[in-house]
Design a protein around this ligand. Structure first.
Ligand SMILES: Cc1ncc(COP(=O)(O)O)c(C=O)c1O
Length: 358
């Protein structure tokens, strides 16, 4: 599809940041955005790249009330050869469509999703930072735009947009271990719900517990399953991994956790790095006992925004558990180095995961 472009005079472009390591994640955006509309009669139409702008919507728009929306999270990296690199973007296009299908939103052809990202990134190349640990975060989003407070039903109209945010580390700790709060009061997602979709409601429902964790001095919540409050599921915006008796263990995709692309990649590369993997239920009791007995030697989160985030301690049922002396473990570092090496185009990509934007 032809993408219409509305460009700014160069004098009106925003200045770049001198040190992204000091900028809060996701608080600043580039000069342009991509937009595309959907109507029931015409389908997806009018793809355009225009200056970054606020959206003007009627207060009764479905978005504000019933949240029938979905989004994605990706990063663009600048390689040592000055190329723009994406990591497994087709996986994001597919997951976006899966989230949209769950929310009853008509799908976007994968090649159009990718074309939109590539054209926007080419125009915004100057925003892709070079320093390791920084990148240009990509947030494709789809929202319902029909005005309707009555029946709760799919919107007839949608807006799909992509915005870009130059970012440094997700956590203030950087690559140092974070602390997690394990709570039995709240749940993130229940069986049959929307936990496997990337949709705002999952995150809105997690704010109270996350706030509680933060007030107690922890970075995030380690979620347990909603039925028994027993099995470990995931962390705020990351999937979770454990090294148990030398094996890499992670909870299975049972429909309540987000099928992370970083998660999938770690499982796929683990064998080559020399560690066996296992996808199985892990109870919080097994984890607590395992940390005490030394069976569990590492805990870390994995996701696009945080990359690999070592977990140095967690609080459960009135007790503090310290993992690996609150230090970054061997496997967290190994996965971090291998993954970021591929993502930044510094090491060989034998899996064919890196996509060059041309
Ligand atoms: C709830 C949740 N789990 C896991 C992840 C990790 O997914 P990915 O590796 O695709 O970024 C994310 C981030 O997107 C997330 O929001």
């Amino acid at each position: 599809m032809e993408i219409r472009k509305e460009l700014l005079p160069s004098g009106q472009l925003k200045p770049l940041f001198e040190d992204l390591m000091k900028v809060e994640f996701g608080t600043n955006f580039t000069d342009y955005m991509f937009t595309m509309e959907y109507t029931r009669e015409e389908g997806w139409k009018d793809p355009a790249i225009t200056p970054y702008h606020p959206l003007v919507l009627d207060p009764a728009t479905i978005m504000f009330h019933y949240s029938q929306a979905a989004f994605e999270g990706q990063k663009a990296y600048r390689s040592p050869k000055d190329e723009i690199l994406l990591f497994r973007p087709a996986e994001n296009a597919r997951r976006m469509n899966r989230s949209m299908a769950r929310m009853c939103i008509p799908e976007i052809p994968e090649d159009l999703f990718l074309q939109a990202e590539c054209e926007l990134l080419k125009l915004e190349k100057r925003w892709i930072p070079t320093q390791k640990g920084t990148s240009l975060y990509i947030r494709p989003t789809v929202i319902p735009t029909e005005v309707l407070l009555g029946a709760v039903r799919p919107s007839d109209n949608y807006l799909f947009y992509i915005i870009l945010s130059p970012v440094g580390p997700f956590y203030k700790e950087g690559f140092n271990p974070i602390g997690l709060w394990v709570d039995k009061t709240y749940s993130r997602a229940a069986s049959g719900g929307t936990g496997a979709a990337k949709t705002g409601g999952n995150y809105a429902g997690s704010i109270a517990a996350t706030l509680m964790a933060k007030n107690k001095g922890y970075s995030q919540v380690l979620w347990l399953d909603a039925k028994e409050h027993r099995y470990v599921e995931e962390v705020g915006t990351m999937n979770v991994f454990f090294v148990i008796e030398g094996k890499l263990v992670t909870p299975p995709l049972t429909g309540t956790i987000l099928p992370g692309i970083t998660r999938k990649s770690l499982l796929e590369m683990a064998g080559d790095l020399g560690i066996e993997t296992e996808e199985r239920l892990i109870s919080i009791d097994e984890l607590a006992e395992g940390v005490d007995s030394g069976r569990v030697t590492e805990v870390f989160g994995a996701g696009t925004a945080a990359v690999i985030s070592p977990v140095g301690r967690f609080h459960f049922d009135g007790k503090e558990y310290v993992v690996n002396n609150n230090e970054t473990g061997y496997w967290a570092k190994k996965f971090f180095d291998t993954l970021t090496g591929i993502q930044y185009g510094e090491s060989e990509d034998k899996y064919g995961w890196v996509y060059k934007v041309e």
